[in-house]
Design a protein around this ligand. Structure first.
Ligand SMILES: Cc1ncc(COP(=O)(O)O)c(C=O)c1O
Length: 443
């Protein structure tokens, strides 16, 4: 698989290098130079393929022989060992539940694959003989990303993960998810803010002396190895629809950094029939405004109930632009946009729970209301809506309980975490302490 940087078409690399590197050297995002077209036989077989069987075929098409089939297949099966069920919520709208992985959010798809791809890359690039020892993935988290990354890398050979989180500023469940894994995962509780955690990580990456002793890497969300798997569940949704519903599908993607939507656009290029993508945002609607006006104005983010989508300058915008070669009309043919207010988000969570019994997280609610409205437009008559349900509602209990007027029960898997004992190393926000810790705790 060949990729180019969105900042310069001439800067190119291959998949495993891009996975290890994250961002391109010129600060651009890695984009495939070409997307493969899946054969008609794949689509005929699709309704009968399991998540893992489908994933093997799609990932093989993307990556080609850079990872030989006998290595790629077990890697993919191990990464995608959970499903994305499609649940009917109303007559013509389905929720594609992406929260059946270990951390109950869609990020599990990307994080699990990236971890295995990095481990593989390290073994074939001969870095297992690196005298600096295990690859160390250093991440700062304000909650969710850290646990998806930690779970993704858990038990992955030759890699250790050090997660920094701000003391007292993540929810109890999130803290337990970060601090109870053990094995190759270490949690550091920082006496400071999330910004302090990020600054510590940044300083570590710029520390030339540390780089001589530890092979450090990041698990950035714009990594192409996290993005490719985000196209898989669009195929899985279509596989679960009836022959009739499959003809006219509208995918609604609740969006922040637009990685999820980019995954869908890739799936369409691979041949998946999609009538329209609907990008649903909260008040952080830079992209929706861009679709309407053709002007892109990055804005500072504002806080909303769907906080994982509070992004004023979406990082994957450059990839979407590149995919359409900057052709706004072509983009508009494939993608529509919708903005949902804070009040509408919470009302939707409460209303849908009351009328259909289906409980959704605030991010999914943004997508659900946008879909209800969109399907009422004359051009969408007869279409079927599929909303990406990006996280389990219980992860956002404090946000949705006041709107629901009742408590949300934690699923068994989250209760298991809460019962476990926390293991974290407490450090100040002073870099020297972190450096000393990294050097002495080296695996
Ligand atoms: C629960 C949830 N929904 C939606 C999104 C938005 O996804 P994206 O950033 O790929 O647009 C995120 C991103 O972190 C998320 O955590």
């Amino acid at each position: 698989m060949h990729l180019y940087s969105t900042n310069s078409h001439t800067l190119q690399t291959t998949f495993l290098h891009a996975a290890m590197q994250g961002l391109a050297g010129d600060g651009g995002l890695w984009m495939p130079t070409a997307l493969p077209r899946l054969p008609q036989s794949f689509f005929e077989e699709l309704p009968r393929l399991s998540m893992a069987d489908m994933a093997v075929q799609v990932m093989q098409a993307y990556i080609g022989d850079e990872i030989p089939a006998q290595d790629l297949e077990p890697l993919v099966r191990d990464a995608f060992n959970f499903d994305a069920p499609l649940v009917r919520v109303s007559e013509n709208i389905y929720a594609l539940e992406l929260f059946h992985g270990p951390t109950l959010a869609f990020k599990d798809f990307g994080a699990r694959f990236m971890a295995r791809a990095m481990s593989y890359a390290r073994s074939v690039q001969g870095v297992q003989a690196d005298s600096r020892g295990d690859l160390c993935v250093l991440v700062a988290t304000s909650g969710d990303t850290g646990s998806a990354v930690a779970h993704g890398f858990w038990n992955v050979k030759g890699i250790r993960v050090v997660i920094l989180y701000p003391q007292g500023k993540v929810s109890d469940v999130q803290e337990k998810q970060l601090t109870t894994m053990g094995g190759n995962i270490t949690a550091i509780e920082v006496q400071g803010t999330f910004d302090d955690c990020q600054a510590l990580v940044k300083t570590a990456f710029q520390d030339a002396e540390l780089a001589k002793k530890i092979a450090l890497t990041s698990a950035n969300s714009i990594n192409i190895a996290r993005l490719l798997p985000q196209s898989l569940y669009y195929f899985r949704a279509v596989a679960q629809l009836s022959d009739d519903a499959r003809k006219d599908v509208v995918f609604c993607t609740p969006s922040g950094n637009f990685g999820n939507l980019t995954g869908g656009l890739f799936a369409q290029r691979l041949g998946l029939p999609v009538k329209k993508f609907l990008a649903a945002t909260n008040r952080n609607d830079t992209f929706v405004q861009y679709l309407a006006s053709g002007e892109y104005y990055a804005k500072p983010s504002v806080e909303t109930p769907s906080n994982a989508m509070d992004v004023g300058n979406p990082s994957n915008f450059a990839r979407i632009q590149a995919l359409y070669g900057g052709n706004l009309e072509a983009m508009r043919r494939d993608i529509a946009g919708a903005t949902i207010s804070d009040a509408e988000t919470l009302e939707t969570v409460a209303r849908v729970e009351k009328t259909s019994g289906y409980l959704m997280c605030p991010h999914t609610a943004v997508g659900y209301l946008a879909t209800e409205r969109f399907l009422q437009t004359p051009e969408m008559a007869g279409a079927t809506g599929v909303v990406l349900a990006t996280a389990h509602p219980a992860k956002f209990g404090t946000v949705i309980e006041p709107a629901l007027g009742k408590p949300v029960t934690l699923p068994e898997r989250l209760q298991d975490y809460v019962r476990k004992e926390k293991h974290a190393t407490l450090l100040s926000n002073n870099y020297d302490q972190l450096k000393a810790f990294l050097l002495t705790s080296q695996g």
